[in-house]
Design a protein around this ligand. Structure first.
Ligand SMILES: *Cc1c(COP(=O)(O)O)cnc(C)c1O
Length: 458
């Protein structure tokens, strides 16, 4: 028998403040039906994001004390750099305060003052990646395989790039494409993994057209573990070997250290190209900080370095992937339409199918997220027309999918809490047709899902 339990024990606890359905009905109304506007103390199980919400280990807390806060040349930077290079052997490692800062700097480098007319293909751009490119007037193009757009279809690597589409785009637009990106795992497409064969295939096309391949790497360890589980030829390789192979096919990476390094903050940009690195560092000094700290404290870099050693632990990854699969399987068994197979960091519920009475532009996934909060104090996030519907030209169109993402923080919730999540769905399912659609009453110029206000229809 293979033991699958939480491979850790708890040393420090944070109390959860209990609330009732009536209280939560008022709290979400006061938050204008936007879950980002809730106070986290008013949430029982916070599945808004797995970003920066992980529990640090004793070794990470100890490493934090070793943080050296020298402005230039801190030993914490060199330890961070060495830990990154141990897994991702790029020439230049540039720390940033989080992933989007790395994206912002990369966008600055590739747009080169005029992004208009340029295109960056990706399997699926994450929201901040897309926003950064679009802000520079770069066309952010999503080219995930068609299987990746069907939530109920089983496929081992639903995050794969559609290589035929990528080749066709490069054949006709090569001059306008400064780089190709691939996101592992494919967050906006359901946390679905990308296979090594697909990464290799993407790289081969990039090489043919002389384009750099950049990996958006937030969940690289989860992706590597899926490759070990599902791809021919990788079962006997260590996750570390798989991670190294992934990055050997790339010319650079952006990283959100708030995901697969168990850190509360941080990120980096890594590239091999000296000219890109120089441009990036010049920009970094203006917007983030000196190149040996970027936007980070020395102690943050220490936590990241230790986290990188822990994240590739295979007992951890087995528990991580299995605990999410467990919730997914229980929901599937009771008839809740979930994305299959389960993603690496989250459960994705298909709101289009669960709430067929709500049209896309009345945001069925936002409506479901609100209902989950009222019913059980669970906070998830909408990934659908509310997040992606607003177009750069000011119009609105339905997103490809209407999903609620229940992202699991790393090493935070217990098995009893996992069972509670399932129970809340059991209760909600019986009166799902009473859940109303929503309309937006106010929104900002971009990334509206973070701050917009809504109200229920009828
Ligand atoms: C979180 C994330 C980012 C942005 O990183 P932040 O640290 O939140 O700024 C970029 N890409 C992907 C795939 C992500 O999951």
């Amino acid at each position: 028998m293979k033991t699958i339990i939480e491979p850790f024990r708890i040393k420090t606890v944070e109390p959860i403040r209990m609330t009732t359905v009536e209280q939560r009905r008022q709290l979400i109304k006061d938050a204008h039906y936007n879950l980002f506007s809730l106070k986290s103390e008013d949430v029982l199980i916070d599945l808004l994001t797995d970003s920066g919400t992980g529990a640090m280990s004793t070794n990470q807390w100890a490493a934090l004390m070793k943080g050296d806060e020298s402005y230039a040349g801190s030993p914490s930077y060199y330890r961070f750099e060495a830990a990154v290079k141990d897994l991702m052997p790029f020439k230049h490692i540039i720390p940033t305060h989080q992933g989007r800062a790395a994206e912002h700097i990369l966008t600055f480098v590739v747009a080169d003052g005029h992004g208009k007319g340029k295109i960056v293909p990706n399997n699926t751009h994450f929201d901040t990646t897309r926003a950064n490119f679009e802000d520079a007037e770069i066309d952010a193009r999503d080219l995930v395989i068609k299987e990746g757009l069907d939530p109920s279809l089983e496929h081992p690597f639903k995050g794969n790039m559609d290589l035929d589409k990528l080749e066709a785009l490069l054949a006709s637009e090569a001059d306008n494409i400064p780089m190709v990106e691939i996101t592992i795992t494919n967050n906006a497409g359901g946390g679905q993994p990308v296979s090594m064969a697909n990464i290799r295939g993407t790289k081969a096309i990039c090489e043919k057209y002389g384009k750099p391949l950049i990996i958006d790497s937030a969940r690289f360890a989860e992706n590597a573990y899926f490759i070990k589980l599902r791809e021919e030829g990788y079962r006997d390789k260590s996750v570390k070997e798989i991670v190294r192979e992934i990055f050997s096919h790339a010319d650079g990476m952006t990283m959100s250290a708030k995901k697969d390094t168990f850190s509360n903050m941080g990120g980096w940009l890594a590239v091999n190209n000296d000219e890109w690195a120089e441009k990036a560092r010049t920009r970094l000094i203006m917007t983030e900080g000196f190149p040996t700290y970027g936007g980070l404290s020395g102690r943050d870099m220490e936590c990241i370095a230790t986290g990188l050693e822990e994240i590739i632990d295979e007992d951890y990854l087995q528990y991580r992937i299995r605990s999410i699969q467990y919730i997914n399987e229980r929901l599937d068994a009771m008839g809740v339409p979930v994305m299959k197979p389960a993603g690496g960091h989250a459960i994705f519920v298909d709101a289009k199918r669960m709430l067929p009475h709500i049209p896309s532009l009345q945001y069925p996934a936002q409506a479901l997220a609100v209902a989950l909060y009222i019913q059980g104090g669970i906070r998830g996030v909408e990934i659908g027309s509310f997040m992606f519907g607003r177009q750069p030209d000011g119009g609105e169109k339905p997103a490809a999918m209407e999903l609620v993402r229940l992202a699991m923080p790393r090493r935070v919730y217990t098995q009893a809490q996992a069972d509670y999540i399932v129970e809340v769905f059991e209760n909600l399912k019986n009166n799902i047709s009473d859940v109303p659609g929503l309309e937006v009453t106010w929104e900002p110029a971009s990334l509206r899902h973070f701050t917009a206000r809504l109200k229920p229809l009828n």
